[in-house]
Design a protein around this ligand. Structure first.
Ligand code: EPU
Length: 423
């Protein structure tokens, strides 16, 4: 398995370009299942999760082509013969659950392996299933698979106990073909939801309210395949903001969707980071000492849980005490044990992490546990004294395109050791 070796201590200086958003491409790939014809996706990032989703579509019978630089995907779902997502693929990527809605809407049946828990929490899918049942689908669990069947779907009023992101997407993806109007109350409001709704509307759907907590979908009998450009990745952009902030860097972030990063920008400014919008990007200048700030994760537009681990690294070297509260996932503090191995002073008490800033972190061998935890360890390695070696970085490759190349271009001393090489 590949490892990253980081020599900490360099300021990051220069320009970085953000890629397309993983969590926006995956629902668009699922949406391609709704129609005959060719769906084209542009600005697609090169990530392992995208490759896994491609495999899933091919498994079902879709034809999937990438252009030579792998940035444009063409998907043709004319011949779906197996409307199912097997365990082997779902276990490596929970977002496979997104095929449930479009499959049942178009093919009247779907069989998707039940995702188990994962390192960040139990992550149930009960709300996805409740939404489909409200639209008239029959749901059963057979041999570890969710089986959903529906001769026809009918519009329904669906209230979500919790604003689930992929749950909202799944229900939208099914409701586009339901008879009549579907309302999703307490819907997730993430930018990826708005992007999916716009894409579905371009295909001929009638969706309003995306980006608010009430989404209305009027069903239609036919959608057409078309082209969609993937929005930029707010979490990748946020991670590079912190990389600059934490190294007292000066980085211009191009393609930065700053309009989706209000909560992070507010917190970074409170911590003393200078953030200015320029003509061709967002400039982030880190200032020392970092001021400690308290953080509480919330659904969008609140502070994203996907940035919690990275800001914790920043607070580990800040000038005071910070309380970081994780309200979305019950077990998303896996990075704490690794940060402590670098000398961070963090105490976890239930959903709170109390972070007392230390003068310095020291490089250490570390184990990456999930995608965003891995990013937090890379950030820690950049600011630590000495050498940090991060193992199990396949998590990073699921969601960050060329992270070490991008950091290296900014002056970081970071190398990937391929698994076949000896270290
Ligand atoms: N929940 C339920 N029942 C459900 C669905 C969700 O109780 O049926 C709960 C979850 O357990 C959690 C909360 O609702 O406590 C919110 O989870 P959500 O469903 O919104 O998460 P998700 O859709 O599985 C997406 C992103 C995650 C991101 C979360 C929260 C994708 C593919 N994944 O997951 O991204 O952390 O929303 O913003 O969009 C990542 O990129 O690293 C990542 C984990």
């Amino acid at each position: 398995m590949d490892k990253l070796i980081i020599e900490g201590g360099n300021r990051l200086i220069g320009t970085v370009e953000i890629s397309g958003a993983k969590n926006a491409v995956l629902p668009l790939m699922a949406a391609s299942l709704l129609t005959d014809g060719q769906t084209r996706l542009t600005n697609v990032p090169k990530l392992r999760d995208i490759e896994t989703f491609k495999k899933l579509l091919v498994h079902m019978g879709c034809e999937v082509f990438s252009d030579s630089d792998n940035r444009t995907l063409t998907i043709c779902a004319d011949n779906v013969t197996r409307p199912e997502a097997p365990y082997e693929l779902v276990k490596t990527m929970r977002a496979s659950i997104l095929v449930l809605g479009p499959l049942v809407a178009r093919f009247k049946r779907a069989r998707v392996s039940l995702p188990g828990g994962c390192t960040i929490g139990a992550r149930p899918v009960n709300l996805h299933l409740m939404g489909l049942e409200k639209m008239g689908a029959r749901v059963s669990i057979e041999h570890g698979y969710i089986v959903v069947e529906a001769e026809k779907l009918t519009g329904a009023h669906i209230y979500l106990d919790q604003p689930t992101v992929t749950g909202t997407e799944n229900i939208m993806l099914a409701a586009v073909y339901a008879e009549g109007e579907t309302t999703i109350e307490n819907a997730a409001m993430e930018p990826e939801i708005t992007a999916l709704a716009s894409a579905l509307n371009r295909m001929g759907a009638d969706i309003s309210g995306a980006g608010t907590d009430t989404i209305k979908i009027t069903g239609t009998s036919e959608l057409r395949a078309t082209e969609h450009r993937v929005i930029y990745d707010r979490i990748e952009a946020g991670t590079f903001m912190i990389a600059s902030a934490i190294t007292t860097g000066n980085v211009l972030i191009k393609n930065c969707p700053i309009e989706h990063l209000d909560s992070l920008v507010a917190k970074l400014k409170e911590a003393g980071t200078e953030i200015t919008e320029e003509e061709d990007g967002v400039r982030v200048v880190g200032q020392w000492p970092i001021r400690s700030v308290d953080i509480k994760t919330y659904p969008y537009p609140g502070f994203p849980t996907d940035m919690q681990a990275q800001i914790m690294t920043m607070m580990s070297v800040a000038g005071g005490l910070s309380v970081i509260t994780e309200t979305i996932f019950e077990n998303r503090f896996m990075h704490v044990a690794e940060l402590k191995r670098m000398g961070a002073d963090i105490t976890v008490d239930g959903r709170n992490a109390i972070v007392k800033g230390v003068d310095r972190l020291s490089g250490a061998p570390l184990m990456a546990t999930d995608l965003r935890a891995s990013a937090s360890l890379v950030l820690a390695g950049l600011v630590a004294d000495g050498t940090t070696i991060i193992s199990r970085i396949y998590h990073l490759d699921r969601g960050y395109e060329d992270i070490e190349k991008k950091l290296k271009a900014l002056g970081a001393r970071i190398e990937r050791i391929r698994s076949e090489e000896r270290f």
